[in-house]
Design a protein around this ligand. Structure first.
Ligand SMILES: *Cc1c(COP(=O)(O)O)cnc(C)c1O
Length: 423
């Protein structure tokens, strides 16, 4: 059994770290979020990561880059995305429920915010090609679309098992002009694809840009992805003031690697009366390999270049994970979430496969919105909380639309959804 539950911090340390996060001082110069994060990368990758860090410092906050990114976010992605009052759910849950609609962003999820931002950055840095890796294919599709728009060739590594399982997304990537490389080594899924993509990057660190899809990996990726996704929270915070009459009492987002959640949470960190909840995949149950609830059950360690909470055993072997939602099926989590849990600013709970599917049906039937199965996990957490805390304002990050999940849903959901409407 794991020896150390997590990193222990005194309450003075917790408060100091929260203040530094709010003040924009984390990650620090070493890429650390308190005890978490950092850069645990092979020697061969360090120069490329350093070059990326320098490039971010030069361009990310630069007026002309910000103007270009904002114009594309407006015209091409369709931002700002709507904030929707969930009338049916509000009535059922006894709360005022608001949905931040990333499902309405181009390509159907929040992933495009990050893919577009990094593709534009790649161009500024003079890269001639973009490398990405993808598991279920959603990040690959967003990257392929962003690279087509920006005008830079894109190559996506994907395990051959995933290529077979996710054929529609492979076709989408091809249509968008990406080259998809099936990876036949290792486990022939995401892990092998990551290894292969890193190998490619090491062989051409100057001409290639590695476009990472979530708030994970070695510094500076967790920082870069958070900055590009924080637009979700900035918009939502302003929209809550305008439309809901004030800030939410509680905010919920699903957590896989953690990019949509960190983007939604970050602008609310300083609002001390707003509670923040991340919802992980509880899968089929609490047993080993049955879920992907990293923060709920994991312990600290290094995975994919960063020190964070992970699902692994004492020998450092990464555990098998399970979730009905491919996007949450990951044994790690971004280092900023590990810190937010350690300092008590965000609570992490979980929702099982069955609970998520039920919440998805409820949202379909009473809001007319087919959410991604990933996003449905956030609804489960919100509903539970709303029932215990009546008449509060609740904000849910609706990270993406569920059209991609139709093959899964056709298998697991009954066909009498709408007959239950009166229930
Ligand atoms: C990929 C994905 C997620 C999980 O990724 P995060 O980095 O944790 O946000 C959640 N929702 C949707 C719709 C996704 O496509």
């Amino acid at each position: 059994m794991p020896t150390k539950r997590s990193v222990e911090l005194s309450s003075a340390e917790q408060q100091a770290l929260l203040k530094r996060l709010i003040d924009g001082e984390l990650p620090d110069a070493q890429g650390r979020f308190g005890p978490f994060g950092g850069r645990y990368a092979p020697e061969t990758l360090v120069p490329a990561l350093q070059r990326l860090e320098d490039g971010i410092r030069e361009h990310l906050k630069d007026d002309s880059f910000v103007a270009e990114l904002n114009a594309e976010l407006t015209q091409w992605v369709g931002r700002p995305t709507a904030l929707t009052y969930a009338r049916g759910l509000s009535q059922r849950w006894g709360a005022s429920v608001w949905l931040k609609r990333e499902d309405l962003a181009h390509t159907g999820a929040h992933k495009i915010n990050n893919a577009l931002g990094q593709a534009l950055l790649a161009k500024r840095l003079g890269a001639t090609r973009v490398i990405a890796e993808t598991g279920a294919g959603q990040h690959g599709v967003a990257t392929a679309a962003a690279c087509a728009r920006v005008g830079i060739p894109c190559i996506v590594y994907m395990g051959e098992v995933d290529v077979a399982r996710q054929a529609p997304n492979v076709d989408r990537m091809y249509q968008l002009g990406a080259e998809v490389v099936p990876v036949t080594s290792g486990d022939r899924t995401l892990r092998a694809a990551i290894d292969e993509a890193f190998r490619d990057w090491v062989s051409d660190p100057e001409g290639s840009y590695y476009l990472l899809g979530s708030a994970v990996g070695p510094h500076p990726y967790p920082y870069l992805v958070r900055e590009l996704q924080a637009i979700i929270g900035r918009e939502a915070r302003a929209q809550m003031h305008q439309l809901a009459g004030g800030l939410p009492d509680a905010v919920f987002a699903c957590v896989g690697g953690g990019s949509n959640a960190i983007g939604l949470f970050h602008p609310f960190l300083g609002d001390k009366d707003t509670l923040l909840y991340g919802v992980e995949a509880g899968g089929r149950g609490t047993g080993l390999g049955e879920n992907s609830a990293t923060l709920a059950t994991g312990t600290p360690g290094v995975l994919h270049g960063s020190y964070s909470i992970l699902l692994h055993n004492d020998d450092g072997q990464i555990q098998e994970t399970h979730s009905v939602s491919a996007g949450l099926d990951y044994p790690g989590v971004g280092p900023e979430h590990s810190l937010l849990q350690a300092i008590g600013r965000v609570s992490y709970v979980s929702a099982t496969d069955a609970e998520a599917l039920e919440a998805l049906r409820e949202c379909c039937a009473f809001e007319g919105i087919l959410t991604a199965i990933e996003s449905a996990h956030a609804f489960v957490g919100a509903r539970r909380w709303a029932k215990d805390n009546p008449n509060k304002r609740v904000l849910i990050g609706l990270s993406g639309r569920g059209d991609k999940d139709m093959p899964t849903l056709s298998k697991v959901l009954p066909r009498d959804v709408f007959k239950n409407k009166a229930a």
